[in-house]
Design a protein around this ligand. Structure first.
Ligand code: CUA
Length: 192
């Protein structure tokens, strides 16, 4: 579309100039839109390929006293087939356990829920990131590629203590982690 500016000094040349300028901007704008759409597709499919795929509920009234999220079952479990599962609970204003141990370079499945308000967490700069909602089980599987300690802040505003709600994640070399893990035990790095 061209809207040639007819100035008194204008003529066929100035119209050609403005048409060329508009064409350039059209190309730039189409390229920006195409880049943004491409970024959405790449980040959606490649980075965040762990949307909630199903709904799993848990009774928030009994979550502390029976079932998967009783205190003795929280922490990191290694199943007999080698699968690593972290179970955690969020409540105002802490995570249980406060310090989570995971192996590097092995798939780790997180399963968590909340008991009072909507909470959430992100682990360092990794893609381990979820909301925790009372009555629902949030789960995802990821792996950590660098050893060390990562901070795990609550990232959903959950009340006046929200900004003080932090956990930690210790990523150990896989062999060191597996040497600590014993069948039936729940690991954590909470000092006892
Ligand atoms: Cu829990 Cu914010």
């Amino acid at each position: 579309m061209s809207t040639a500016i007819e100035s008194p000094a204008g003529g066929p040349e100035s119209e050609a100039v403005s048409i060329a300028a508009e064409r350039r901007w059209t190309i730039v704008v189409v390229a920006i839109v195409a880049l943004l759409v491409l970024m959405m597709i790449v980040t959606g499919l490649h980075w965040a390929s762990m949307p909630p795929s199903r709904v799993e509920t848990v009774d928030v009234k009994t979550v502390h006293v029976r079932g998967e999220f009783v205190e003795s079952n929280l922490g990191t479990a290694v199943a007999s087939d080698g699968k690593v599962t972290v179970r955690l609970i969020a409540q105002q204003y802490s995570f249980v356990p406060q310090c989570i141990v995971v192996p590097a370079d092995l798939p780790v499945t997180f399963r968590g829920t909340a008991t009072d308000a909507i909470h959430g967490f992100i682990v360092g700069r990794t893609n381990a990131n979820t909301m925790l909602i009372p009555g629902f089980v949030s789960t995802f599987t990821t792996s950590f590629h660098a050893t060390g300690e990562l901070l795990m802040p609550c990232h959903e505003y959950c009340g006046t203590g929200h900004e003080a709600m932090w956990g930690r994640v210790q990523v150990l070399p896989a062999d060191e982690f597996l040497a600590k893990a014993r069948a039936g035990e729940r690991l954590s790095c909470v000092p006892r």
